[in-house]
Design a protein around this ligand. Structure first.
Ligand SMILES: [Zn+2]
Ligand SMILES: [Zn+2]
Length: 200
């Protein structure tokens, strides 16, 4: 898949943002402006000014729109949703090489509010996925009690869980214990059967 490093970074921010929603993890992870501020720092989102409750509301609304694109039922529907998110963001693509990152494109307009900034960048990252015909890489975690999302960038599109350190690992452990339990049950049954055989 033709996906640049920048697009990959944007997709990772997209996933982190979607997974802050109560639908994904049970409780709101961006409950106030301070939480939004630390999200911006954690994700190393550049050129963000001081944040207000209006920014928080805009990001919450955008998050819902992006989740709808993520789980769109068809490609035309996804394309239409991407177009409306990106159009509303007032994008102005420009080349930049800030902070020794090498030349890359910023889609957000200079001094854009955070909601518009994210709508432009994350909307475009989804545009590239749709354009590459790779929507099936936009996945929801397979763990039964998990509604987190992820983007499967593995070569053979084999990734099933949101985060190998939590869900994937947890399920591996569960499968291992189940195998162990059934092995123990077999041993127990054999011991019983052997015990039941009359000696001699
Ligand atoms: Zn940049
Ligand atoms: Zn999960």
């Amino acid at each position: 898949m033709l996906i640049t490093h920048d697009a990959e970074c944007a997709l990772s921010i997209l996933v982190e943002l979607l997974n802050t929603a109560p639908e994904a993890c049970g409780s709101e992870q961006l409950p106030d402006v301070a939480a939004l501020g630390s999200f911006v720092v954690r994700q190393e989102i550049s050129e963000v000014g001081s944040l207000t409750p209006a920014d928080l509301a805009a990001v919450h609304a955008l998050r819902t729109q992006l989740r709808d694109i993520f789980s769109a039922e068809s490609t035309p529907q996804a394309a239409e949703l991407v177009n409306s998110v990106v159009a509303a963001a007032g994008t102005t693509p420009r080349l930049t090489n800030h902070d020794q990152h090498g030349w890359h494109i910023h889609y957000f307009a200079p001094h854009a509010a955070l909601g518009d900034h994210l709508a432009a960048e994350l909307g475009m990252s989804l545009a590239f996925i749709v354009m590459a015909g790779e929507r099936e890489r936009l996945r929801r975690c397979d763990a039964p009690d998990c509604a987190r999302v992820f983007v499967d960038l593995s070569r053979n599109r084999s990734r099933r869980y949101c985060d190998s350190r939590t869900c994937g690992n947890r399920l591996h452990v569960a499968a291992y214990r189940a195998r162990q339990r059934s092995a123990e049950a077999v041993v127990e049954a054999v011991v019983k059967a052997v015990g039941a055989v009359p000696a001699g």
